[in-house]
Design a binder for this molecule. Structure first.
Ligand code: 6R9
Length: 647
């Protein structure tokens, strides 16, 4: 057992004020005296009007609602920029590393960040944006993406970032769902030496949306694109015309800050809505606790701004804490598998925070790509997005971190705003594969299928028993769906959709999703979304999608497809269907396997038995593994599926 326990290294236990005892005491107090604890924590932000109350949330059906610091007034952009100007205007806020290593990085001090964000905010105002308007951001990983978010926050517009890898169709759906009137994009993005036609995708998407009045375009590559007069504006031309000052709009703590679409177990992505005060407090507090940021450190979260990790741990958390945040445009393994470590070396990064899928891919390339690069600046290593297998954890710890850097495995979700269960470097002994212990204010419970709370060491469904400041407030435009999705399965508790085990030391081990969401390379994908895309194809009658084990991606996408009666399966059609899903949703949804199935295993009431499909995809086809098939309307379909299994 002892070789599975990594005690806090000496330099960390002496170098930080957060110790094991203090972590435990803070956690106990945050639950026993929540109001006192949170009103005290609220002082880490700069308020126009400080809040007099903290938590006024209820998970109960009758008076359901999530509310924190409700009478407080503040502005997120002022907290991330203006309040640092008095003491650290010339400190570096953002370091940007380009896709191509031969190009020059760009660096912005807090003063420069202020000017860029104010000008961008004035451009937004000029384009007609007002407090409460929804602005869709479809951008590459360039500094202007961070400016765009902060500019929206500055004027009280609600940003909705759509990952640059999503297709025009997916983009159009997200623009329409929140009725955006402005889109911010770039001419093109770049990743791994390849161009991404962002503006062209926007043009395509806007053929299907009529809410958008203006498109603001950042010149990133200078590639040739079409501009529609009256609708499309170049950011650089507009910024030259506006003032470099823009007052920050005073916002109520419960005014919306952003919407971020995420996959659930139904076909339609949910617009997760976060608000101003609670979210920022949560991002800022957890950034400090997990990464122990000290002035002068260069902190690097290698996520994309299109995901919640980019929101909370590239932009809002670090900037609220006055940190230097590194933003990287490209891929971790291009032009070489050393690239991720070279970026850290070039900028003397103190923290590297990435996803297990990246580690698994790099691990396969061999240790030389790591050890040939100077990693002496690195003191902390983080992971997020999916369970980290102990083998990848150990490699990260011993090879990348030379055995001296704590691994900060942060478990959380788009819905939770920021880290919920995670180590703190000076306070938490580590176990490979465990996200360890809850953050202050977080009360995890493990319940069985009937909602019974399990005690001590146990395994079951992970729920959270009370609200925390960074909790999502609603599904945009569908409050009932919010309640039904997260609070109806186990009444009075927030259902995470994850399974977890708790060991005798109270450590949490996330076992993965228990619903129809799969995790492909750390990205959430609703199986229903892929199914909806497949059945849109003219040849497809029915489709069922499940996850399958995948060495690098964690999970791959396995699709069973029933064709229309007059269609014949062929290799060509299989390829066409894979390409179709790619175009409909985006490359992250590309099926790894398409199996043609004359019939799907269904119960007599017509429900597809996914349990059986999952087993077949996993290659577990013995009668014991497949279990009881007697309730199927036609048990013989299973034999056909097993005989024609792909892989
Ligand atoms: C931040 C983020 C959320 C889902 C979540 C869980 C999985 C995330 C994890 C993890 C095990 C970790 N997940 N972090 N599983 N250990 N450290 O990833 O948000 O994209 O909404 O995904 O990802 O299954 O429910 P999001």
């Amino acid at each position: 057992m002892s070789e599975n326990l990594f005690p806090v290294p000496a330099e960390w236990s002496s170098g930080t004020s957060m110790t094991k005892n203090r972590r435990a005491a803070d956690h106990a107090r945050s639950l026993d005296d929540g109001e006192g604890y949170w009103l005290e924590q609220a002082r880490r932000l700069d308020w126009v009007t400080p809040p007099s109350r903290a938590n006024e949330s209820s998970f109960a059906e009758g008076d359901f609602g999530i509310k924190w610091f409700a009478d407080g007034v503040l502005n997120v952009s002022a907290n991330c920029i203006d309040r640092h100007l008095a003491t650290r205007a010339d400190d570096v806020a953002i370091i940007w590393e380009p896709d191509d290593p031969s190009e020059t990085p760009r660096i912005f001090t807090y003063r420069e960040l202020h000017e860029n964000v104010c000008r961008f905010a004035n451009v937004l105002k000029g384009a007609g944006a007002k407090k409460g308007d929804r602005v869709t951001v479809y951008m590459p990983m360039i500094p202007e993406a961070a400016f765009a978010l902060l500019a929206c926050a500055r004027i009280g517009a609600i940003h909705s970032v759509v990952f640059g890898g999503f297709s025009p169709e997916a983009l159009a759906g997200r623009i329409t769902d929140c009725d955006s009137n402005i889109v911010i994009t770039a001419d093109e993005g770049r990743r791994g030496g390849k161009k991404v036609p962002l503006k062209t995708n926007v043009d395509e998407a806007l053929k299907h949306c009529n809410s958008v009045r203006k498109v603001i375009v950042v010149k990133a590559t200078g590639g040739a694109i079409a501009m529609e007069p009256g609708r499309d504006l170049w950011l650089d031309e507009e910024t030259a015309k506006v003032s470099s000052e823009c007052p920050a709009e005073p916002m109520s703590a419960e005014d919306p800050l952003f919407i971020l679409y995420t996959s659930g177990s139904t076909g339609k992505p949910k617009g997760v809505l976060h608000t101003t005060g609670g979210y920022l407090l949560w991002a800022s507090l957890t950034h400090e606790l997990c990464f122990d940021y000290r002035p002068g450190d260069v902190y690097w979260c290698a996520a994309d701004i299109g995901w919640v990790t980019g929101h909370s741990y590239i932009v809002y958390g670090p900037l609220a804490n006055g940190a230097t945040t590194l933003m990287y445009e490209g891929l971790p393994n291009w032009p070489t598998p050393s690239r991720i470590w070279q970026v850290a070396e070039r900028h003397k990064a103190h923290t590297v925070f990435t996803a297990p899928t990246v580690l698994r891919a790099l691990m396969k390339e061999g240790d030389d790509f790591v050890t040939s690069v100077d990693r002496s600046s690195i003191r902390l290593l983080g992971t997020v997005g999916e369970p980290i297998n102990p083998e990848a954890w150990r490699w990260y710890h011993s090879v990348v971190g030379e055995g001296r850097c704590p691994i900060i495995d942060t478990w959380w979700q788009t819905e939770t705003g920021a880290a919920m269960i995670a180590p703190m470097p000076g306070a938490t002994d580590l176990k490979p594969g465990s996200a360890t212990l809850p953050m202050p204010g977080v009360e995890p419970q493990i319940v069985d299928g009937d909602g019974k709370i399990l005690d001590g060491a146990c395994e079951g469904n992970l729920v959270i028993a009370r609200s925390w400041p960074g909790q999502m407030r609603t599904v945009y435009g569908d409050h009932d769906r919010f309640f039904q999705t997260y609070f109806s399965t186990f009444p009075g508790k927030y259902t995470t959709g994850d399974g977890a085990r708790r060991d005798a030391d109270g450590y949490y081990w996330i076992t993965g999703r228990v619903d129809d969401v799969i995790n492909v390379s750390g990205h959430r994908m609703g199986t229903a979304e892929v199914e909806s895309a497949l059945v849109l194809h003219e040849t497809v009658a029915e489709a069922a999608v499940v996850g399958m084990p995948h060495d690098i991606k964690g999970q791959g996408i396995y699709a069973y497809v029933t064709l229309n009666a007059n269609e014949e399966p062929s290799e060509e059609l299989r390829k066409a269907l894979i390409k179709w899903v790619r175009t409909e949703i985006g490359p992250i949804a590309t099926p790894d396997v398409v199996q043609f199935a004359p019939g799907l295993p269904k119960t007599r009431s017509g429900k597809i038995m996914r349990r059986i499909l999952r087993k077949i995809a996993e290659g577990e086809v013995s009668p014991q593994a497949l279990g009881d098939t007697s309730t199927l309307a036609d048990p013989s379909v299973v034999d056909n599926l097993v005989a024609n299994r792909v892989g």
